[in-house]
Structures are given as structure tokens and as C-alpha cells.
Design a protein around this ligand. Structure first.
Ligand SMILES: Cc1cc2nc3c(=O)[nH]c(=O)nc-3n(C[C@H](O)[C@H](O)[C@H](O)COP(=O)(O)OP(=O)(O)OC[C@H]3O[C@@H](n4cnc5c(N)ncnc54)[C@H](O)[C@@H]3O)c2cc1C
Length: 379
């Protein structure tokens, strides 16, 4: 069975590292980078230049999976073809697509041109370099930073940036820059309950971060952004760097006559994570629209991408051995938001669907534990 896995993110790498050399199973992993990126830690790389990648080759030892560094340009499910940037066309019997998501700029004027995203290492490097340059004695221009979107990524990023600014400020004897967190919705971190959100909000305020909830980003230019309040009042905020973390959509790279796409361009899949109309194609991670036990879309998180990858890895082995496929049963084990240094807030799942709220150092340890768990699952 000639199998292609596209993408070595949380979903694709979980598939590959689940596999063992199996007669009749021939697997090629195609990934544009020679490394796996811990996307959930990109905000740390943006603020502190923390290492957030691991070389791929050693992770695949003993799996029987071949891998190739190449960029996928398009996938035609009707022809069963994967087109690469270098002009080659790969064919398959079974395909696993885990190419992740891209930033959604919602067609806000100027935003794509004038903002930095936080989806890959190059974006983190760009932010890190800007922050450091603003503390050079000969830096000219606006040092302030506007972050759009107060979900998990935006909140984790602003706290790390505030910490970095404090360190540089002490070291270089210059005041820190201002950080504005702009959010169209009425609250930050809508995924958390009120008590945890209030704790997170206080932490951000203690850092001096200016939280502008109920402010819709209307336009971005080289000089900054225009925001509009719920009441319709517009104001301009000057900034030397605009960072947009306000939305994602599935990567639009897979095409097929029978394909069904849902919100955010995610590809509808069955309970085995196979694309509707294409039983030989598994779509997992941010690109797939898997449903939970209540029929609701599974969130686009690393946690769920990893679960989907693991079940798909098992299913590839089942297919090769002519066995029944397992169904995917999503489970949210908890959710933790880091708030800079040793501070975090979140919750973990207890038996009987109870949630245990955790804040402070222990929440930080829980967040790190989930990262270590991922790391050991792929090693
Ligand atoms: C800053 C940040 C913080 C986050 N924090 C959390 C968190 O705390 N908890 C949580 O659960 N989730 C978090 N997320 C979300 C999580 O990172 C994503 O849901 C997860 O990465 C999705 O996994 P995936 O495998 O679908 O995609 P990805 O991990 O993005 O992997 C996609 C892979 O495909 C490769 N690829 C893409 N296009 C091509 C191409 N054309 N050709 C070849 N290769 C290609 C990419 O290089 C990448 O390796 C965070 C995201 C960000 C950005």
C-alpha cells in the first residue's frame, strides 16, 4: 500500500511516529522543512529566541517511514496526485493530509501587507529582531507593538513580549515599549471560564499591557492601525510592529469534486477521519473538520491534532493488515494558557466530566507537562 503523509506538524508527525515497519506498507512523509516546529511555543521564540524545532530525521528512525523535504503545491483527489513545487507529481493508494492552517486576515484593509503573523519560525524571528532593534540607541521610529486577537496565541505572545521588554529595558536603560492587545469581541480568552479569564486579565494589566476589547481592527498601515469601538467611534494607534493572531483558516491546497468543506475551509471527515467521498484520504489536524460526540467541530488545537494523528497511524497499520479501522473519539484533557515566566492559568479534566481550575506555578507545570508529553510521544 503506497501511502503519502503530507506535513510533519502535530498531526502528520503523530501518524509517522506511530508506525512500525510493516509488510505491504510503504510510507513517504513530505514536509517543507527539515524539522518539526513546536507551534504552540512560537510565542517564546518570538520573545526570547527559544529553540522550538526538532530535526525530523532522528524522529523517524525505526518507523519504516521515508521522508522527503519538498513543498506541496496542490493535491488532486480525483486523479490521486500530489503536485510538488519542484515539478514532480507523486501518486498514492492512501493519503494522509496534515498541512495545517494559514492566517485569516478577514480582508481587513492593509492587514496582510503590514502585519506579521505567528505561524512559523520565520515570523517568530521577525518579531524577535524587531523587539531587540527597538532597544538599540540609534533606533528611530515607533517602538510600540499592536497585537490583534486576544485568543490563546495573542495573550501568550503579549505576556512574553512584556517580559522581554522589561529585561531589555533594565539592561539598556531605555523605557519599555507599549503593547496594545486589540480584540473585537467583548473579552479576552473566550475559551476560558470567567474566574480564569479574570486572573489572566489581571496578569496582563500588571504587565502594563493595554487591553482594548470591543475594538475591531479596521485598517492597518505602515504607521499603525485604526480601530473602531462597538459604539462606532474610530481611533488610530501608532505602532512600529503589528502582529495579527486574530484568526486561522485551513490551508486551501486539496481539491476534489466530491470534497465537502465547512467553516474556515476545513474538510469534512467521517468518524475514521476520512474525507467525505474519498475513503482512501485521511484529513487530520487543523485542516480536517472532525466532529465530537455532540456533533460539534473539534477545536483546531495541537492536542486534538496529535490525537487524530495517533489514531490515523494505528489505522494505517490496520489497513495494511486487512483489519477494521478504529473510530476517532476526541477528548479534551485540559487547556492551559501561559502568561509569561512561571505564570499560567487553565483547567484539567477530572473523572465524570468535572474540570479542575489551576492557576500560577502549578498551571505552568501542567502546560510544560503537556509539551513534554508530546515530545516524548514523538521521540
Ligand atoms: C503561537 C501559537 C500557540 C498555540 N498554542 C497552542 C496551545 O497552547 N495548545 C494547543 O493545543 N494548540 C495551540 N496552538 C494551535 C496548534 O499549534 C495547532 O492547532 C496545531 O499546530 C495544528 O497541527 P497540524 O498538524 O494540523 O498543523 P501544523 O502543526 O501547523 O503542521 C503543518 C505542517 O505542514 C507543513 N506544511 C505546510 N504547508 C506545506 C506544504 N505546502 N508543503 C509541505 N509541507 C507543508 C508545515 O511546515 C508543518 O510542519 C497554538 C498555535 C500557535 C500559532
Amino acid at each position: 500500500m503506497k501511502t503519502l503523509i503530507l506535513g510533519a506538524g502535530y498531526a502528520g508527525l503523530a501518524v509517522a511516529t506511530r508506525l512500525k515497519p510493516t509488510p505491504g506498507l510503504q510510507v513517504l512523509l513530505v514536509e517543507q522543512n527539515a524539522y518539526h516546529t513546536f507551534e504552540t511555543r512560537l510565542h517564546e521564540a518570538a520573545a526570547h529566541n527559544t529553540r522550538v524545532t526538532l530535526p525530523l530525521a532522528p524522529l523517524l528512525r525505526g518507523t519504516g517511514v521515508e521522508w522527503e523535504q519538498a513543498k506541496v503545491e496542490g493535491v488532486d483527489l480525483d486523479e490521486r496526485e500530489v503536485r510538488l513545487r519542484d515539478g514532480r507529481v507523486l501518486t498514492y493508494d492512501t493519503l494522509v493530509v496534515g498541512l495545517g492552517s494559514v492566517t485569516n486576515f478577514y480582508r481587513i484593509p492593509g492587514l496582510a501587507e503590514h502585519s506579521t503573523e505567528l505561524k512559523e519560525l520565520a515570523h517568530a524571528d521577525e518579531i524577535f529582531n524587531f523587539v531587540n532593534r527597538t532597544f538599540d540607541s540609534d533606533f528611530e521610529g515607533n517602538r510600540d507593538i499592536v497585537v490583534g486577537g486576544a485568543g490563546l496565541t495573542g495573550v501568550e505572545l503579549v505576556t512574553e513580549l512584556a517580559q522581554r521588554a522589561e529585561v531589555l529595558s533594565k539592561a539598556r536603560g531605555l523605557p519599555p515599549f507599549n503593547i496594545y492587545l486589540v480584540e473585537a469581541g467583548p473579552k479576552i480568552l473566550p475559551v476560558l471560564d470567567d474566574a480564569l479569564r479574570a486572573k489572566a486579565q489581571r496578569t496582563l494589566e500588571d504587565y502594563g499591557i493595554q487591553i482594548l476589547t470591543g475594538h475591531r481592527l479596521m485598517e492597518a498601515t505602515a504607521e499603525g492601525v485604526t480601530v473602531q469601538t462597538v459604539g462606532g467611534e474610530q481611533k488610530k494607534i501608532g505602532a512600529g510592529k503589528i502582529i495579527w493572531t486574530g484568526g486561522i483558516q485551513a490551508r486551501d491546497i486539496v481539491h476534489g469534486e466530491k470534497l465537502e468543506k465547512g467553516p474556515g475551509g476545513r474538510i469534512a471527515v467521517d468518524d475514521k477521519l476520512r474525507a467525505n467521498g474519498y475513503p482512501e484520504v485521511f484529513v487530520i489536524g487543523d485542516m480536517g473538520l472532525a466532529l465530537n460526540q455532540e456533533g460539534q467541530p473539534v477545536p483546531t488545537t495541537a492536542q486534538h491534532a496529535g490525537q487524530q494523528g495517533r489514531v490515523t497511524g494505528k489505522n494505517l497499520m490496520h489497513l495494511a493488515q486487512g483489519e477494521e479501522l478504529d473510530s476517532y473519539e476526541p477528548s479534551t484533557l485540559g487547556e492551559f494558557v501561559s502568561l509569561g515566566g512561571l505564570m499560567a492559568v487553565g483547567w484539567m479534566k477530572l473523572p465524570w466530566n468535572q474540570k479542575l481550575a489551576i492557576t500560577g506555578g502549578l498551571a505552568h507545570v501542567m502546560k510544560r507537562a503537556s509539551e513534554w508529553k508530546w515530545r516524548s510521544s514523538i521521540d
